[in-house]
Design a protein around this ligand. Sequence first.
Ligand code: CA
Length: 519
Amino acid sequence: MKLAKLLLSLLMGGLLSTSVHAAKRPNILFIFTDDHCQQAISAYGSKRIHTPHLDRLADEGMKFRKCYVSNSICGPSRAVIQTGKYSHLNGFVRNGNYFNGNQQTFPKLLQKAGYQTAVVGKWHLGSTPQGYDYYDVLKGQGPYYNPPMITAGPDGKPVTKPHTGYTTHIITDKALAWLKEERSDEKPFMLMYQHKAPHRNWQPGPKYLTMYDDVTIPEPDTLFDDYSGRSKAPTYQKMEIANHLNDRDLKFVTPNNLTPEQKAKWDAAYNPKNAEFKAANLKGKDLVKWKYQRYVKDYLRCVKAVDDDIGRVLDYLDESGLAENTVVIYASDQGWYLGEHGWFDKRWMYEESLLTPLLVRWPGKVKAGSVNDDIVSNLDFAQTFLGIAGASLPSDMQGRSLVPLLQGNTPKDWRKSFYYHYYEGLRGGHSVPRHYGVTTGRYKLIDFYEVGTVELFDLQFDPEELKSQHSNPKYAKIRKQLQDELARLRKLYQVPDEDPAGVRKPKQPRTKKNRKKKA
Ligand code: CA
């Protein structure tokens, strides 16, 4: 009897997997970068760089122009993507927090739905990845060259392994190796292929160390912004190209972890440029303009290597026949300032850092070359992955699946406004005051509660957010509507009155071994 039951269950299992296989659920390739803004993608109209492979995704898929992040900073954005929940609920509110991997995440749910899951590259959530059949991730932030990476050892415990080379290429090689050699053909896959680039401090790879040397990159109109039309909030920051780039950012110091061969190439590229800069003895605006060129060129050089490598991966999808049934998604953890308002970095609810790129190619489902202007968010990614897989969507996730939008059918009740909340504050990196706010795409209200000031922008007439209308009587009605909407969204998303501290890294239990290690 037992044997009969076993045979029956094996048969049913076989049938189930056959039927699942026959349904050919799509694979998901999530390509993710760190700090890559729309302004540095030619498909989004960038005049500063040509990104043919990203443009290919836009040409063959859908470009979202209003993808907002809920908290514009690295770790928190990643935690939002894992959980489909705002920072105050997933416990990762600021960099330095620790991701509680025991909670519900979309890769765990995809595994339950019969997907194989993998993450390669930047992870940056502190805890060991959970919900992945395979992981090979950078240790912490990870360097641009020669990165140590963490993967599961033979006993399942994490082990750190050294690597030699440029990190962007190493991550791509690993993603390709997993697709070619490790992946099983029996199940659909979800691969998170996640770059460190183009995060600070923008170290180009060997191929692009001198690219752009003979060109001048266009400056943004607001490079010399004096913040005069706004509240006092922007005056607290420390992210000005003029004043806050350090010697490492500006490449006056050679990175200290290069091999002799890498160092020789690096010095051959930067030493003559640095000598020329020193001799010029620039001052005032000329100096700022020089710093802008140095900074933005290095940033774009890092992006260029990412774009090349995305091309390698897209080529492999074509060659292997995987392209047809693989949804390719491109996004970054948030946007970034390429000199707008005189800045580098992110954090603000202003457009450049609130927006992030989102490109989706899904052959047969997404119309090639389509553009979407609905308000979407990294909060929606988890449910979108589950929606693509045909898995059930948990009711406690706070985003919404983008699958109908991808098919050109935006639901009538799609969101018309979006809630944002940044927690690090004046004591955090770059001294940006804590703030929350609401945007409708046209109007935006930002409450900088840490410094007691509020701003209101009308993006139709002021797309660069140079003039706050908060105390303009003409906007009194709009202001009231935005205040009401903000209150409604805070209630809807269960935002606590007091900012949460976030989850801290658990203390290791005091064992003999630990004590020895410490000593
Ligand atoms: Ca980031």
